[in-house]
Write a protein that binds this ligand. Structure first.
Ligand code: URA
Length: 282
C-alpha cells in the first residue's frame, strides 16, 4: 500500500471509530455481496411438533383431498380413536356403476390389467380370495412368488403363518377375505411403489366397499400407510383400532416380519386375540 492510500485508509478508520465502529475484517475474495454465514449465530432450530396422524381412508389419486390430519388430544394408552371422517368409506372410491357392486363385477373391470409397471413381470393377477360377505378382511402388501404362481393371496410361507394365527383364535380361512394393496407381484418382492399403489388401490377400496366388513386388518407398514395413511413405524402403532369410515381397522405386523423375527410371534398372536375379541363383541 502506498503512503497516499495508507493516509486515506487511516482517515477512514478514524472516521468509523468516531462513529463507534471498531471491528474490521478482510473479506475473502468472491464473498462480496454474500450474506455472512448464519450458522454460528443461529439458535438451533426447534424440532417440528410431533404430529399424530389421524387416519382417514386413503383415496384414489383422482379423488378429492382427504381431510387434514389433526393432532388429537393425548390418546388413551392402547386405543386411538381419532374423530371419524365426515365422509363415508363407501364414498371414498366411487365405482363406475351406481348401486352396490359385486366382487365379480370388480374383477371383470380389472380385466387383464396393464395399468401399472408391474404388469409386464407378473404371471398372475392375485385379486383376492375368501368370503364375499366376510366380517374380517386381511390386507397384505403384494403377492410373492407362490401367490404369483397360483393366483391366490398368502399361500406361501407367510400365508401358512397367517393360517396358523387364524387357527389360534378359531378363525377359518374360508370365513375371511384376504387381499393385498397391489394385485401383481413386485419384482424381487420389493415394496410396491407409490404409482403402483395409486393405480391398484381403487380396486381394493371397491372390494372393501362390496364386502362391507366389520374389521380390516392391515398386515405390515405398507398396508397401514396405504389404507390408513399412517406413516409411523408399525411396531409403534400395531395392536390399535382405528376408524376407517364406518368400519374399524387394526394395524399389525406382517407375517413375513415374524418369519424373520420369530420372537415377535407373540405380538402377532396378541393382535389376533384382539381381532377375536372385537369380532365377538361387535
Ligand atoms: N405377502 C403379502 O403381503 N401378500 C401375499 O399375498 C403374500 C405374501
Amino acid at each position: 500500500m502506498d503512503d497516499e492510500t495508507r493516509k486515506e485508509a487511516k482517515a477512514w478508520l478514524e472516521f468509523y471509530q468516531e462513529l463507534g465502529i471498531e471491528g474490521f475484517y478482510r473479506r475473502e475474495p468472491g464473498t462480496v455481496g454474500k450474506p455472512p454465514s448464519l450458522e454460528v449465530a443461529q439458535p438451533a432450530a426447534a424440532p417440528p411438533p410431533k404430529q399424530v396422524v389421524s387416519p382417514a381412508p386413503a383415496r384414489a389419486a383422482s379423488s378429492p383431498a382427504p381431510p387434514k390430519p389433526v393432532v388429537p388430544p393425548t390418546p388413551p394408552a392402547a386405543v386411538i380413536r381419532p374423530p371419524a371422517p365426515t365422509f363415508s368409506l363407501f364414498e371414498a372410491a366411487p365405482a363406475p356403476r351406481s348401486g352396490p357392486e359385486t366382487l365379480e363385477q370388480i374383477r371383470q373391470d380389472l380385466g387383464d390389467c396393464r395399468r401399472c409397471k408391474l404388469a409386464p413381470t407378473r404371471k398372475t393377477i392375485v385379486f383376492g380370495e375368501g368370503n364375499p360377505h366376510a366380517k374380517l378382511v386381511f390386507i397384505g402388501e403384494g403377492p410373492g412368488a407362490d401367490e404369483d404362481e397360483q393366483g391366490l393371496p398368502f399361500v406361501g410361507r407367510a400365508g401358512k403363518l397367517l393360517n396358523r394365527m387364524m387357527q389360534t383364535v378359531d378363525l377359518k380361512r374360508e370365513d375371511v377375505y384376504i387381499c393385498n394393496i397391489v394385485k401383481c407381484r413386485p419384482p424381487g418382492n420389493r415394496t410396491p411403489e407409490k404409482d403402483e399403489v395409486d393405480s391398484c388401490s381403487p380396486f381394493l377400496y371397491r372390494q372393501i366397499e362390496a364386502i362391507k366388513p366389520r374389521l380390516i386388518c392391515c398386515l405390515g407398514a405398507p398396508a397401514v400407510r396405504t389404507v390408513l395413511g399412517i406413516k409411523e413405524g408399525i411396531t409403534k402403532i400395531r395392536g390399535q383400532f382405528y376408524d376407517f369410515g364406518s368400519t374399524k381397522a387394526l394395524a399389525t405386523v406382517h407375517p413375513a416380519y415374524v418369519l424373520r423375527n420369530p420372537r415377535e410371534e407373540k405380538i402377532l398372536r396378541e393382535d389376533f386375540e384382539k381381532i377375536r375379541d372385537f369380532l365377538k363383541s361387535s
